[in-house]
Every structure is written in C-alpha cells, then in structure tokens.
Design a protein around this ligand. Structure first.
Ligand code: 6R9
Length: 652
C-alpha cells in the first residue's frame, strides 16, 4: 500500500526490497554518475548494449556557445536494430515483443514474438534497400499505430537510414514541410488510419503532401484497412506485394555511435518546427536504462505506454527503450474513449499490463467520465503507473492513484522533452518518496540547476524558483537541429551560457524536489502536445481575411492549456460566427486537429509597444482572466486597446 508520511509517499517496504534500485543504491549511483561520468556511462554502455567495435572514448561534450558539440562513445560502432531484436533471439525468441491491440476491440490482438519481429524487420530492411534507401538517407513515416510502424523504424535503423516520424494527425502541409525539411527519399504511409472508430485517409493526405515535394520522392503504402486509394505508377509501392517477395534475413549495417538514428520535428518558440536529431548509441543507452529503472521493468512484465509513435514518448518508451531491454511492449491503435471510456482499463485487464504510462490530459478526460468505467475492470496486474507531458494536478493524481492504482502503485511523474531523449527528472519507484505534482529528483548523470532569469546565475539555495537548465551532457541529449546547428546553439545554449536551457520554469523545494511550473517561452502545452504559438499565428495570417493574429495559452480543464487566438481582420471584413468556424477549420487544415483554436477573439487592435512589438504578456493575462496582474503597461502605444480586449474577452 502507498502510505502517506508527512506529506510524502515513501516507497513501500515491499518495493524497496524488490525494486531494481532502492534509495541507498540511487544515492550511491547518482553520486558516482556525477563524480565520474566517464566511468559510470562507460560501464552502463558496455553492459547494456552490444557493440560491433567497442568504444574507447566515453564523453566529449561542450556547451560553450560557438562551439557546442556533444559526442558519446564516438569511436564505437553498433547496430540499433540488432540491439533491439537480434541479440534477444538466443534467450527470448518466443517471447512477445510487441503486443498489438487494434482500434476495434473485436479485431483480435496480435502477439509478435522476437523471432517474428526479427523476420519482419529483415524483410522491411530488404524492401527499403530495394527501393534505393541507403545508409544516411532520410525516410519519413506517416503511419497509424500498427506493428509495421515499429518494423519500419527498426528497418531504417538496421540499414543506417534516418527516420523522421510525422504524427498521423498532421495535415498534408505539415507533412510536406517535414519531408522537404529532412530531404527525405521515401515516405512510408498506410491507406487509412483507424482511430476511435473513424478512419483518417493517410494515403490521400500523403498524395496531397507529395504535390509539394520533389518528384523523386517515393511512397510505400501499407494496407491497413484495404480501403480505396488512388495510385501513382512508378511512385507508389504496395508494401504487401513487396513483403510477399522479401527475404527474411538481412545483415545489419555497422553504424557509428554518433550517426543519427532519427529526426523528430518539434515546436519551438519561433516559426518553423525544428528537426531534433538523436544519436544511435547514446540515445539507445539512455532510453533503455531509463525504461528499465524508472518503470522497474522485469522479465515477464507487460509494459504499456499509451503515447503515439509520432511523439518522442512513443519512440523512447514504446519502441527503443522496451525492445532494447527485451521487453513486451503494448502498442495500441485506438483512443481511450472509444467504444467507451473503459477501453484503457479493458486493455490492462485483457493483457495483464504491469506498467502503465500515460498523460495527465488523458487521466483528466477519463476522470470526467466517472469512476464506474474503471471499477468494472480487473486492474490487479498493475504495479507501476507513470505520467508524462505536463505537470499533473493534485485532483488527477489522486484519482489516478485511487481508481487505477488502488492506492497500491507508485506514480512516476517523468519530466523530459523531445530534446532530452529520455527522462531527466523522475522518481525511481523503489527509491524515491513521491510528492504529487513533482517530477522529484534527477536521473543518473543529470545535473539540473535553477537559474535566476534576470542575472542568468545559478541559484545556490535549495529552495528557489527560476528557469530550469542542465549543467552537463547526458547520453540521450539531442545532438543538433537537422541542417541548422546555429539554430541548435541559439535555441538551447545562448540565453544562459554554458548550460542547456530547457524552456521550462521550475521551483525547487526544501528537499531538493523539482516542480515544473510550465514553459517560459512561447510554447504551449495542449493535451500534452507541444505547440508553438507562432505556428498557429502564421497559419491564421495565411488566411486572406486575417490581418494580424496573436496566440497564447490559457488554462483549460481537460487539455491543460487551450489555444486562445486574438484575430484582427482585414479592413472591411465583418466578424461572424461563420468566419470563426472557417478560421478554425483553416488552422486544422494547415497544421492538424491538435492545433484547432479553442477560443477566437476579434481584436480591433493588439497591444503593442511603440516599436511595434506585440505585448504577449498582456494578452496572456487577459486570456487567463487575470487583469489585476497586467503589469507594466506604460510602454503601450495605445492603452485603449487593452480595455477593449478585456471587455470582449472570450471564455470557454
Ligand atoms: C516528453 C515530452 C516537453 C515539454 C516540457 C514540459 C512539458 C513534459 C512533464 C512536463 C511537467 C512533466 N512536460 N513532461 N511538465 N511535468 N512530467 O512531453 O516531450 O513533447 O517535447 O514536451 O512538456 O514543458 O518542456 P515534448
């Protein structure tokens, strides 16, 4: 049982006893990892990964602006797919590697063993090579949550190609921008993506995207539903046909530790999403080690991370982390609320899931549907619960702990980012006393610091608040922004020199626990998805009736943050409900449904400084309904604008 002692939940005696890492071991290992990172990570990398050529150098990293360079195990070589698949064949060929649960609960689940996974990945690798994909080439994946997505990722890794996954909810425009950004040769998609009983026409979206890409980009199509599609001869290839002919053996390529494993586009505070580049060895080591220790994963467990592979959480904790550990990982195609709000719990019961990892937004949504959906299911298999994506509010924590964990399972609140590859701040279930809402303490090798946002200096006091930075490199850290190293340096290493800047604010309490307070830049967190307000703004101003737009986040019951848009229309255009609908549809179409505006306010003018800069701080306060705290408005060019905005504020 979880017991509350002086406001915290210490690990139960049973867990301290049985867990891979207890408190004494955490302290000892953490200290060693900071004192002797070379020794610590060198040992972990030898123990956890199979190398083709062993490394002799462990760490070579500089955070100095103008010279930012991050390398781990740089002279070693390995193959990531061989580490995730081949090496398990000797001991666990018949164990389930991927447990696929389809969208439709009446369609049977599929258990893919490591032996089958090996054959599938080899076939896929041969197909890729036949289509002309070579080491270092980029391949974009735009796929449903189906096993073929994992095969495709691992097949790329097997031949040393770099994958870039685009979330299947993104629009054709977002897709083409990412294909072109990465200079991809091949797009892998499916006919349709079934989700929540509906079907997204991926192939036709992909067709639309390729209109804006170079002619030589090919398309490989997995038939998920068998639904109708149009076909372009010599450009489109049918996966099923090629699969029938493909050899199920393939020799994995020898890949350098620092060769990129994947690119993943993510939102930043300005303009276009950036292509986060992850390495092969450092990333794999870090995702594998965090997966095992943070979730206390043991042989025989069934691990389920509910993320989509289109996000980093799916990369690290559905595919790479679990498979590197020889785990059984659940892959769920559907949504938590279809056919009804008990779907997650039905799946936990059906597959005897032992670790369950989801986002606070999903918990809040299910909480709203009432506990009866949970109560009917047998959740006794669960041992560890986890959350990721945003801070968890106390009500959601209490509900999750009581109704899902039956006050038996620790909840690991894991703070990390696309850029970090794996968890940076997180409890370890057998070692860390929990405080609801806190991501607690650093993982091994991670040196968090809190900086004063004004002076940029480290705050020495334990209890403090400021911006969260990391002082030294860890193996899972991103290496660069694809094609734009200068942007990498500027975004993460220039505001606070010598540190990695996370973009998050945080508080540190008297026990040294970290509490994330949210982004300090123009990134908002909508249902656990990162969204640059600048992206939504540029979509809005691309509409012919919009003169200007400013977008901010505001507190939203279920989504955490909602998207609040201030829109100034072109001269002579009248605001209307119809236009509001049109703009909403427009943004969905430009970016995808996740970027759909929640509230649109017609703004005759926006608050600006005399030099013409939009004062977002004020817009944020208005959207948050917090006028008392508007702060200094003396630099406004036209203070009257603010009164009008306050008067006509929208709420939802
Ligand atoms: C893994 C992932 C990263 C941003 C991050 C922060 C927020 C993530 C959190 C959390 C509080 C947690 N975030 N986990 N905030 N507590 N446990 O979500 O990556 O999509 O790149 O988002 O999400 O603001 O900076 P990504």
């Amino acid at each position: 049982m979880l017991e509350k002692v002086e406001g915290v939940y210490p690990p139960s005696a049973a867990l301290q006893e049985s867990a891979l890492v207890d408190e004494a071991r955490y302290t000892e290992m953490y200290e060693r990892s900071i004192r002797d990172p070379e020794g610590f990570w060198g040992e972990e990398a030898r123990a956890r990964l199979d190398w083709i050529k062993p490394f002799t150098k462990v760490k070579d990293a500089s955070f100095q602006p103008g010279n930012v360079s991050i390398e781990w195990f740089a002279d070693g070589t390995l193959n990531v797919a061989a580490n995730c698949v081949d090496r398990h064949l000797a001991t666990r060929a018949d164990q389930t590697a991927i447990l696929f649960e389809p969208d439709d609960p009446n369609e049977p689940a599929r258990h893919i063993t490591y032996r089958q996974l090996h054959a599938e990945v080899c076939k896929f690798a041969n197909i890729l090579e036949d289509l002309g994909v070579r080491k270092g080439d980029r391949v974009v994946l735009y796929l449903p949550m189906i096993p073929e997505a994992a095969y495709a990722m691992l097949a790329c890794a097997r031949i040393g190609a770099i994958h870039s996954i685009v979330f299947a909810g993104f629009s054709p425009d977002a897709l083409s921008a990412r294909i072109n950004g990465a200079g991809a040769k091949l797009l892998i998609t499916a006919d349709y993506a079934p989700r929540g009983g509906r079907q997204t026409p991926l192939k036709s979206n992909a067709d639309a995207a390729l209109l804006h890409c170079p002619d030589d980009v090919k398309m490989l199509v997995v038939r998920r539903t068998g639904g109708q599609t149009t076909w372009v001869a010599d450009r489109d290839f049918d996966y099923g046909e090629l699969h029938a002919e493909a050899e199920d053996r393939h020799r994995p390529a020898e890949v350098n530790a620092e060769d990129p494993l994947f690119i993943l586009y993510t939102s930043g505070s300005t303009g276009q999403p950036k292509g986060v580049v992850h390495s092969s060895a450092g990333y794999l080591l870090y995702s594998a080690m965090t997966m095992q220790t943070v979730f206390d994963y043991k042989d025989g467990d069934v691990f389920w991370c509910t993320a989509d592979i289109g996000w980093v959480t799916g990369h690290s904790y559905i595919v790479y982390g679990p498979l590197a550990n020889g785990a059984t990982t659940v892959m769920f195609e559907g949504v938590p609320t279809w056919p009804d709000a008990s779907r997650f719990w039905q799946i936990v019961e059906k597959h005897r899931v032992t670790q369950f990892y989801t986002a606070p937004t999903a918990i809040r949504a299910l909480m709203g549907k009432g506990p009866e959906h949970v109560e009917g299911c047998d959740l006794s298999s669960l041992r560890i619960l986890g959350t990721v994506g945003e801070p968890i509010n106390p009500e959601a924590w209490a509900w999750y702990s009581r109704h899902v964990g039956k006050d038996r399972c620790p909840i690991v609140d894991t703070w990390w980012q696309t850029e970090t590859g794996g968890h940076l701040l997180t409890p370890l279930p057998g070692a860390t006393a929990l405080k609801p809402g806190s991501a607690t303490l650093p993982f091994f090798g991670v040196e968090p610091v809190v900086l004063d946002p004004h002076t940029g200096k480290e705050i020495a006091e334990t209890e403090c608040e400021g911006v969260l930075c990391i002082k030294s490199s860890w193996p899972g850290q991103m290496r660069t922004v694809w094609g734009d190293h200068a942007r990498f340096e500027k975004t993460y290493f220039s505001d606070y020199k010598g540190y990695y800047f996370s973009g998050d604010g945080c508080r540190r309490d008297a026990d040294g626990y970290y509490w994330i307070t949210g982004r300090v830049d123009d990134v908002i967190n909508v249902s656990g998805h990162r969204m640059g307000t600048a992206e939504v703004e540029s979509a809005l101003v691309a509409h012919s009736k919009v003169a200007e737009a400013a977008v901010v986040g505001y507190p939203h019951q279920i989504k955490g943050q909602g998207i609040y848009c201030y829109v100034t229309l072109m001269n002579g255009v009248e605001p209307s409900e119809a236009l509001e609908k049109e703009l909403r549809a427009w943004v969905r179409n430009e970016i995808g449904p996740i970027a759909s505006p929640d509230l649109i306010q017609w703004a005759p003018g926006l608050p600006k400084t005399r030099s013409g800069k939009i004062m977002r701080r004020i817009l944020r306060k208005i959207a948050e309904n917090d006028y008392g705290a508007l702060g200094d408005t003396s630099t406004l060019a036209d203070p009257g604008v603010v009164d009008d905005l306050i008067e006509n504020r929208r709420s939802g």
